[in-house]
Design a protein around this ligand. Structure first.
Ligand code: GAR
Length: 215
């Protein structure tokens, strides 16, 4: 059983999708803990309702450094010995103090077809750029924001009258399929994490995963 710790900052709809795929048996994983930097994050309630420990690690007090904050995030997650750390709408920058605790084991979902539209308001960036296709990306996390290796992507059309909200909603529906599918690929061994943190990917498996989520 793949043990995951999920980091959130808000609504938690991706967390909800992960939990419901676990519940219906299509994702063979266990969410050991949900960690939020925001005490008011709605996703914390989803965790509690599912019987999962819901923990707040606040960014405040402001005088502590980003490194100290990241070290506490890592220490909190390490208590649960996760196989994989899952950033699902976690809106804080993670640093070496965090990443070095989980080499090659931190994945994130971002609402754009990376490497396009990194950072905040990716969907708005896509609408403003006039691109005809958008989507979401699950990728490994490294020290540079939204720049780690791409694991899988799902594509949606951008329609002529799309707003940031309407495009976000269309992308979100894909996110809710893509993230559980990628996590199941880890759970089933389709994607392997080596002892050194080096990633070995079976190319064919990933191709079929991509077909699955763009269909
Ligand atoms: C999702 O759209 C996710 O891709 C995005 O935040 C939203 C969280 O929604 N993440 C980022 O923009 C990270 N750069 P959720 O809380 O309902 O899962």
């Amino acid at each position: 059983m793949l043990k995951i710790v999920v980091f959130i900052s808000g609504r938690g709809s991706n967390l909800k999708a992960i939990l419901s795929h676990i519940q219906d048996g299509s994702l063979k994983a266990e969410v050991c803990a949900v960690i939020s930097d925001k005490p008011e994050a709605a996703g914390l309630e989803l965790a509690k309702n599912a019987g999962v420990p819901a923990i707040v690690v606040p960014r405040l007090p402001k005088n502590r450094s980003l490194a100290e904050f990241n070290a506490e995030l890592a220490a909190t997650a390490l208590n649960y010995s996760p196989d994989l750390v899952v950033l699902a709408g976690f809106m804080r920058v993670v640093t070496t103090e965090f990443l070095s605790a989980f080499p090659g084991r931190v994945v994130n979902i971002h609402p754009s077809l990376l490497p396009s539209f990194k950072g905040l308001h990716a969907q708005k960036q896509a609408v403003e750029a006039g691109v005809k296709f958008a989507g979401c990306t699950v990728h490994y996390v490294n020290e540079e924001v939204d720049s780690g290796g791409i694991i899988a992507q799902a594509v949606v059309p951008v329609l002529p009258n799309d707003s940031e909200d309407s495009l976000s909603q269309r992308i979100l529906e894909k996110e809710h399929k893509l993230f559980p599918a990628v996590l199941q690929a880890f759970a089933s061994g389709q994607i392997t994490i080596g002892d050194t943190g080096d990633i070995q990917q079976e190319t064919n498996s990933l191709v079929s995963l991509n077909l699955l989520v763009t269909a």
